[in-house]
Design a binder for this molecule. Sequence first.
Ligand SMILES: *Cc1c(COP(=O)(O)O)cnc(C)c1O
Length: 430
Amino acid sequence: MSKKMKRETLCIQAGWKPKKGEPRIVPIIQSTTFKYETSEQMARLFDLEDSGYFYTRLQNPTNDAVASKIAELEGGVAGMLTSSGQAASFFAILNICGAGDHFISAASIYGGTYNLFAVTMKKLGIDCTFVDQDAPAEDIAREFRPNTKLLFGETLSNPGVAVLDIEKFAAIAHNNGVPLVIDNTFATPINCRPFEWGADIVIHSTTKYMDGHAAAVGGCIVDSGNFDWDAQAAKYPGLCEPDPSYHGLTYTKAFGKGAFITKATAQLMRDLGSIQSPQNAFLLNIGLETLHLRMPRHCQNALAVAQWLRTNGKVAWVNYPELEGNKYYDLAKKYLPNGSCGVLSFGLKGGRDVATRFMDSLELAAIVTHVADARTSVLHPASHTHRQLSDEQLLEAGVAPDLIRLSVGIENIDDIIADLSQALDRCLVL
Ligand SMILES: *Cc1c(COP(=O)(O)O)cnc(C)c1O
């Protein structure tokens, strides 16, 4: 579809173009495998000489329709769905780095990603250095080594909602000859398209706003097609040199701008198999159709809640990038002019214990690990998602021990505030 179409239209129309007599909406192709007429036809698929489906561990038509919708929304050239957001970050890194390599990440990132980078990647021989994303560019650039292969950050960090200066990060990455990989989960392409600011690869946990209904875990990788791997060929042998597992095929030569996603599909999905189920891709697609309607409501409700909390005497602090005076206010206006996301964080006077009592007193807002769906929900990261981290790592990840993460849903704002209000009244009288 033409890149000129607006995001609202792409949410509805992109990715699936039924022909005569085909289903109007993306069908669930619930089949492990696909039939061919001759042995030769199948052989050509295995050699990547023809494109086509043969086994759902690698590719499935339902997934591809939905991945291409997300790729169009982001303004990229190709996309792939993964079984989870974690699989998307893992594959995006592993498609570039191998044992002995190094990459740099903002420290203010999702706790699961932090563990993946700090612990599991290390076991695979891939080293990560965490940097303060607000540090001057020179300080971040100083962390580059000869074996550094990429720079990583989140548009809006989970749960600290720190806004990344994407242009600054892109300049640092490109000055050092590496791509910038951005986790755009919280902003979604409705509120920010990182490729327009110089990012090269975007990943998503589609589990969050994209699905939007807390129905299906999933992830997505989108490539902008902009990074020139061949200009740094010695650094990226996996993309720029012959792949012995494909009879010496070279991805950049054979697939041009499609090299990154083709390699991730043909090599990583083949060997590691973390594809999204077609059923989940179908649910994700239904979520995507209303993403452009839901995001503005999430942002509007979250801003109203943030403003209300700030005037409440029982609240110690409120963090939401669109609140005037917030550290990230100017960056939010630049990168997220139409709104950031529905997630905010705050602390109560009285600290950790009061936080727990407050959460137990909520009636509408539910205590769940999940974030960024239609229902208002709440979490205490220090006791839940981030409990593996030490107090020092918590602070490095931008998570205060008393931080309550509130994911503001799309219910009526009066009901959300009434619930917060009654819980604040109850938790302080004990
Ligand atoms: C949830 C989340 C992830 C991980 O995604 P899953 O779908 O839970 O695997 C990665 N990044 C961010 C910003 C997230 O919020």
